[in-house]
Design a binder for this molecule. Structure first.
Ligand SMILES: C[S@@+](CC[C@H](N)C(=O)[O-])C[C@H]1O[C@@H](n2cnc3c(N)ncnc32)[C@H](O)[C@@H]1O
Length: 478
């Protein structure tokens, strides 16, 4: 059965659900409801009401097909065969890293001379390094202390000869020091074998003796990698899963060798950066702040934002906090610093009303569809986007008029409904004063993403994650 045809609304009047409007108490006369129904009409789907079955709902996957925004797939953005590990880019793994080619090309396309670049979700600092090597000043914001440490080290050229000396000193200290007190953080024995704990403790103590902060931080990054690889966590997972009990018996990581090999690798990477860019004077400002709120960046100082926000709440997508927790505990962080997942977008917001009169029709439609299958999941989705929307207010404040916002997003699927995040962020941007220019679609051959996620949110039920991402480009006009 085709949907009933309703008149196109002239404007949205109030907040409402498809069934009845909370504000005007109207059923089909509420303009916002009519807008929503008109949307379903355009999709050509059957009348949607409380009796519509999940299969029908999940068949409505491609909400963005309704879009009139300029959007194209451009294979020249795939970089499937390119080396993504130049300079200090590969010093430490991080979930969902942006490849340097994408960050660099966006900066080359939209940054004018003397531009200031911002990445408000800077992660491991890929955008900041690409800005730095081009000589642009930049700001990077993140709530995860591990991200800030990696970003800082990645963008700070250090004379590699000093690093070679530093490594020799560390290895000597480790081999000569007799006994170091082991740290005692929560569950340390669950995640590390006793022999590993004592080796890591001696490395950590030797690093602490380094006086120069830049060099000390460099080795903290190497240490973080070593702790991660030597822990009882399963390989290739961003979340914390312990190695199976029977495999754990045979797991004996050579901690000092891992540290040494990684340090040498990172020193070589740093040598490349040092040789080419030791004279670069571009400033990299790394801020331990929260992009949802007013940051310390002054009004209108940013000319170009290049960023990839989290894909969704950390419970069901990438858990940056879990990924970083063991490293951070070893590095002495505690309390709120370990709480990245709750402080991440959508981490803590409790949404009671799913039908807020929100600045994105695409969000309303897709959350409405999900809520018909699973109200709780719909609330989680809404919480994430409400937080993301707050960030747009801040991005508009710090971006200069005529400046650009380039946001790389993925359209994940929840309960079988694809969320058109590229359209949603364009809606958010337009609402606060940006103009959409174009959206480029690229395939993601080499981005580190979990190969599967759990769209149903049931343990063990996996579905494919995204194979493409969207580069949404906007200009600040108001
Ligand atoms: C997709 S990752 C960025 C990856 C980065 N482009 C790279 O190449 O490594 C998203 C980042 O957003 C950060 N984040 C989440 N919520 C945030 C918030 N409210 N304010 C600032 N950063 C946040 C996470 O800690 C994570 O590092």
């Amino acid at each position: 059965m085709r949907a009933k045809t309703y008149a196109e609304p002239q404007h949205a009047c109030c907040t409402g659900t498809l069934d009845n409007c909370k504000a005007c108490k109207e059923k089909h006369n509420c303009l916002m409801l009519r807008e929503q129904l008109a949307f379903y009409n355009r999709l050509g789907v059957s009348q949607i009401d409380d009796n519509t079955d999940a299969d029908t709902l999940t068949n409505i996957k491609y909400l963005w097909q309704d879009s009139t925004r300029t959007k194209k797939y451009d294979p020249s953005w795939n970089y499937a065969e390119d080396n993504t590990r130049g300079y200090t880019h590969p010093i430490h793994p991080y979930p969902a890293m942006m490849i340097p080619q994408v960050a660099g090309r966006l900066i080359d396309l939209y940054a004018k001379p003397k531009a200031v670049v911002l990445d408000p979700f800077c992660g491991s600092g890929s955008v900041l390094l690409e800005a730095f090597i081009r000589g642009y000043d930049s700001y990077g914001i993140d709530i995860n202390p591990l991200s800030l440490l990696i970003s800082k080290v990645k963008t700070t050229p250090i004379n590699y000869k000093q690093l070679q000396n530093g490594l020799e000193n560390i290895l000597e200290k480790v081999s000569t020091t007799k006994k170091i007190n082991n740290p005692a953080f929560f569950n340390i024995d669950f995640w590390f074998k006793p022999r590993v704990v004592s080796k890591l403790a001696s490395l950590r103590a030797a690093i602490d003796l380094i006086r120069d902060k830049k060099i000390r931080d460099f080795f903290k990054v190497v240490f973080s990698f070593t702790a991660r690889v030597s822990s009882n966590t399963r390989n290739g997972e961003f979340k914390l899963y312990r190695i199976d009990e029977e495999k754990l018996n045979d797991f004996n990581p050579p901690v000092i060798e891992i540290f040494k090999a990684r340090a040498e690798q990172n020193i070589n990477a740093m040598a490349e950066l040092w040789e080419e860019f030791k004279e670069k004077e571009a400033q990299v400002n790394i801020l331990n702040e929260d992009t949802r709120y007013r940051t310390s960046i002054k009004d209108g100082v940013v000319n170009i934002v290049v960023t990839s926000p989290p894909y969704g709440d950390s419970k069901t997508t990438v858990a940056y906090g879990q990924f970083s927790r063991l490293s951070l505990q070893w590095l002495g962080f505690n309390g709120q610093s370990l709480d990245t997942d709750n402080r991440s977008l959508g981490g803590r917001l409790n949404i009671n009303n799913l039908h807020l009169g929100y600045s994105s029709p695409n969000l309303r439609y897709s959350v409405d569809l999900i809520s018909r299958i699973d109200k709780k999941r719909a609330r989680d989705v809404m919480a994430f986007y409400i937080d993301l929307n707050k960030c747009f207010v801040e991005l508009n404040r710090v971006t200069k008029r005529g400046g650009f916002l380039c946001m790389v997003v993925g359209n994940r699927t929840v309960k079988g409904i694809q969320l058109p995040t590229d359209e949603i962020v364009a809606d958010f941007g337009e609402h606060v004063g940006f103009r959409h220019i174009e959206t480029i679609i690229r395939k993601i051959p080499n981005k580190r993403m979990p190969s599967k996620n759990s769209p149903t949110n049931k343990t063990g039920v996996l579905g494919a994650t995204m194979t493409e991402e969207y580069i949404v480009i906007m200009e600040r006009i108001k």
